[in-house]
Design a binder for this molecule. Structure first.
Ligand SMILES: [Zn+2]
Length: 132
């Protein structure tokens, strides 16, 4: 993990503590992870048994006689659950994309936490600079 070098811009004369440097390096590493994200999509691929809607079909009254399983992509949009039917061929694509989305979210959360830490450090530096 030591192959990443942070170039120091000469413009900064304020002394920087070591932990800030480590946070910045970690930020760069995580940011690189963003580039490895493939096509992504929010949601979960679920298998569902369905009613066909015909009143005389056994599925109408007996839950064990429902049809399927069918795969759907399920996600929330503006507070509502959206279900999109997936063909068998589409299922692995959407499964992989949903996994990429989770990976992206994890990365973003980490970057967000790290950014806040770095910003706190930077704010302190800026404050101490003003007092000079
Ligand atoms: Zn039916």
């Amino acid at each position: 993990m030591s192959r990443i070098t942070v170039s120091k811009s000469g413009a900064r004369s304020v002394e920087r503590d070591a932990s800030l440097g480590r946070h910045e390096q970690r930020f760069l590493e995580l940011k690189r992870g963003l580039e490895q994200i493939e096509y992504f999509c929010k949601g979960t691929v679920l298998k569902r048994m369905m009613k066909c809607g015909k009143a005389q079909c056994a599925c109408a009254t007996d839950a064990t006689k429902r049809h399927g399983p069918y795969c759907e992509l399920t996600y929330k949009a503006s507070g509502k659950t959206v279900n999109v039917k997936l063909s068998p061929a589409a299922v692995p694509l959407y499964r992989a994309a949903a996994q990429q989305y989770r990976k992206l979210k994890t990365l973003l959360n980490r970057l967000d936490k790290l950014s806040k830490t770095i910003l706190r450090h930077q704010a302190k530096l800026a404050e101490s600079k003003q007092q000079d």
